[in-house]
Design a protein around this ligand. Structure first.
Ligand SMILES: [Zn+2]
Length: 220
């Protein structure tokens, strides 16, 4: 069994748990949701004040059992949306995730200091998982020290990837794998590469990641 922990696509296969991530709009309905999903307001798509209605809708949908993760949400310094507003919206996700006891999946670009400060402040009891992690070793070590979890994707396929050492050495139980928005790669490729770098068999990696997924989402 493969687990794609963060996917923007609807993929179905008997040996795949595809955790599909949806950006919530005011119009999104329960009947639109896949069997297993993650819901949040992505900072890229927050515009004007319509996010407030989307937020009300997210609160209404988030406690459904098919919503196993809150996000993606987070902080991005490369976009025009003011960081203060991004932080305010992210804090709402933190509170919601805490209230529902569901993990948070986080998008973070050039705002790791703010992210660490928010985690310290929140004294959160739920897992915070940084998806698509691709930063250098020093940032990785700092985040690991602050008890973040990681989801690695296409970036590990490259020999020049800054996270080669991270994926090779990260302790079991602290990471998952993903395809994110990519349609040109498969989760099997990511597993293959991760297994090679960690010097374990695919089967061993599969067993470990099922356990991690179960623990993080309290599904088992
Ligand atoms: Zn994503």
């Amino acid at each position: 069994m493969f687990i794609d922990f963060h996917s923007h696509h609807d993929r179905q296969s008997p040996n795949l748990i595809n955790l599909q991530t949806l950006h919530v709009t005011p119009e999104l309905q329960e009947s639109d949701l896949p069997n297993i999903c993650s819901l949040g307001l992505h900072p890229w798509f927050v515009q004007g004040s319509s996010w407030e209605d989307a937020w009300i809708n997210l609160k209404a949908l988030a406690n459904l059992s098919q919503v196993v993760v809150i996000g993606e949400c987070g902080l991005d310094r490369n976009i025009d949306l003011p960081l203060e507003l991004q932080i305010a919206i992210f804090k709402k996700h933190i509170e919601l995730a805490e209230e529902l006891q569901k993990p948070l999946v986080i998008h973070c670009v050039r705002a790791f200091a703010e992210l660490i400060a928010l985690k310290k402040d929140a004294k959160s009891s739920i897992p915070w998982i940084i998806h698509g992690f691709n930063k250098k070793e020093e940032v990785f070590q700092q985040l690991l020290k602050h008890d973040f979890y990681f989801s690695f994707g296409a970036v590990i396929l490259s020999d020049l990837s800054p996270v080669i050492k991270a994926i090779a050495t990260i302790p079991n139980g602290k990471f998952l794998l993903e395809t994110d928005d990519r349609t040109d790669i498969t989760i099997e490729q990511i597993y293959n590469r991760a297994a090679t770098l960690r010097q374990v068999t695919i089967e061993m990696l599969q067993t470990q990641l099922i356990e991690t997924y179960g623990k993080l989402t309290r599904l088992s």
